[in-house]
Design a protein. Structure first.
Ligand SMILES: O=C(O)[C@H](O)COP(=O)(O)O
Ligand SMILES: [Mn+2]
Ligand SMILES: [Mn+2]
Length: 521
């Protein structure tokens, strides 16, 4: 795809014929790894995906989906949906949020720009609140960046700091939150030693508190609001380490779903509600799971839940999360400028697009695909369909999710011949993989394969073309491994389940149906 210059005109593809419907299928969290019992894709019945490999090996290739190949800082960074869909949608890679924040912190530029100057105005008389995900997963945030920001802000006048942390267990191994909290507590104690009143003020598990996405369940954001802003939560503790440890004692408790709690002083009073005049920074760099909170913090007019109190704050995001909505208005680091994406080229060439997924991944094939931009480029030429996801459950309970419904919608769109490109995200491998439930993930992979079949059958009927690929790995490896690739076991001899994405490559299949195969590139 030509990406330079001002012309939007696309040249004809040298090999692929014009006027054929193209299905673009992104299997979320579907990597390629050696077959063993922890490879749920291998264990599951996946005849459609298997046949892509065996019947047209010359159209099947491995593609790297992690590290610098997709714009992440290092080769140790696993891929994720944002980078994956940004890269697929733009056809190019960009230095991503993680890297841009690293650079801004290393150079000190973060402290010179507008966003920091704006929040700094609150430092003399008010509190600085930092809200975000506490882990070294590097997908939404990184603990080392939070540590640097704490240091930097305190050196630049912040006298009272409150940190509101969300526990992870999804981009990192479950149970690691205690260690991250201990590290953070140590840093805060050091700041206190220097006369800065710095404390953790609230916490809770990321999937139950604050970090919902694409408006699947506003209750999640409300729980966070109550704890962070109002200082109200069902549990109260003296410090965050104690809180996490205690709440993890409940049967089936895990870091992702810990209930909200606030830290209280000796009189039982919450130490850090957000008040008029305070500064707030949401320190996640990734957008999808921060935009709902950003709206609640920023919008005067807001009806998603009762905020009870709407403090007049100075709010900045680590990045601007939505380029179209300019949300938030103030931010510490400029986001990557992802322009001239494939979606924009398509509408400028009169090409009609249909995009679909269920709520939890809907923004992946729209917002991320279009360069972190909400809305349509041209409503006349595009139709985006969101199938409501289940909410209030963990996805191992319904591992088939809405795969077949997505398959049906895509099938109907293809057969209607109203669209030139039909693109979908099928979430199962990823969403169920994140639960760490191996049996459920096997069921999930089978359902995803069935959805692919529905789409390819429809493509066959119209003599179209398909591209089947993935954004990063997840379901193909459900255990932590040592350097030799052997599963790691904990002190009780149990294998260590991996809930996160992987560093594995993904496959890419491009094929034209019902006609002589043609080589692409
Ligand atoms: O947000 C999440 O669910 C995980 O942190 C990353 O998963 P995703 O990149 O596949 O969305
Ligand atoms: Mn993904
Ligand atoms: Mn994921």
């Amino acid at each position: 795809m030509a990406t330079t210059g001002t012309s939007w005109k696309l040249a004809d593809h040298p090999k692929l014929p014009k006027g054929k419907t193209i299905a673009v299928v992104v299997l979320d969290g579907w990597g390629e790894a050696s077959p063993d019992k922890y490879n749920c894709i291998h264990v599951a019945e996946t005849p459609t995906m298997d046949s892509l490999k065996t019947t047209a090996p010359d159209r099947w290739r491995l593609v790297r989906a992690h590290g610098t190949a997709v714009g992440l800082p290092t080769e140790d960074d696993m891929g994720n949906s944002e980078v994956g869909h940004n890269a697929l949608g733009a056809g190019r890679i960009f230095a991503q949020g993680a890297k841009l924040v690293d650079l801004a912190l290393a150079s000190g530029k973060i402290y010179e720009d507008e966003g920091f100057s704006y929040i700094k105005e609150s430092f003399a008389n008010n509190t600085l609140h930092l809200i975000g995900l506490m882990s070294d997963g590097g997908v939404h945030s990184r603990l080392d960046q939070l540590q640097l920001l704490l240091k930097g802000a305190s050196e630049r006048g912040a006298k009272r700091i409150r940190v509101h942390v969300l526990t992870d267990g999804r981009d990192v191994v479950d149970g690691t939150s205690v260690g991250f909290a201990e590290t953070l507590e140590k840093d805060l104690a050091e700041l206190r030693g220097k006369g800065i009143d710095a404390q953790v003020a609230s916490s809770g598990g990321r999937m139950y508190v604050t970090m919902d996405r694409y408006e699947n369940d506003w209750e999640v954001v409300k729980r966070g609001w109550d704890a962070q802003v109002l200082g109200e939560a069902p549990h109260k503790f003296k410090n965050v380490v104690e809180g996490i440890k205690k709440l993890r004692e409940a049967p089936n408790a895990n870091d992702q779903y810990l209930p909200p709690f606030v830290i209280v002083d000796d009189n039982g009073k919450p130490v850090g509600p957000i008040m008029d005049g305070d500064a707030v920074v949401t320190f996640n760099f990734r957008a999808d799971r921060m935009t709902m909170l950003a709206q609640a913090l920023e919008y005067e007019k807001f009806d998603k839940f009762d905020r009870v109190r709407f403090p007049k704050i100075r709010y900045a995001g680590m990045l601007q999360y939505d380029g179209e909505l300019k949300l938030p208005n103030h931010y510490l680091v400029s986001p990557p400028l992802i322009e001239r994406t494939s979606g924009e080229y398509l509408v400028n060439n009169g090409i009609r697009t249909f995009a679909c997924s269920e709520t939890v991944k809907f923004g992946h094939v729209t917002f991320f695909w279009n360069g972190n931009r909400s809305g349509y480029f041209n409503k006349e030429l595009e139709e985006y369909v969101e199938i409501p996801s289940d909410s209030g459950i963990t996805f191992n309970v319904q591992p088939k999710m809405k795969a077949l419904e997505i398959g049906e919608k895509a099938r109907d769109a293809i057969l209607s011949r109203k669209f030139d490109q039909v693109r979908v995200n099928i979430p199962n491998g990823d969403m169920v993989g994140h639960t760490g439930d191996i049996e459920a993930t096997v069921v999930a992979c089978k359902a995803a394969d069935q959805a692919v079949k529905m789409i390819l059958d429809a493509i066959e009927q119209v003599g179209g073309i398909y591209v089947v690929t993935a954004d990063h790995g997840n379901a193909e490896d459900m255990v932590k491994r040592n350097k030799k690739g052997e599963p790691l076991v904990d002190k009780d001899g149990k294998v260590q389940i991996q809930t996160s994405h992987t560093l594995q490559p993904v496959s890419n299949n491009i094929k034209r149906r019902k006609s002589r195969l043609c080589r692409v590139r």
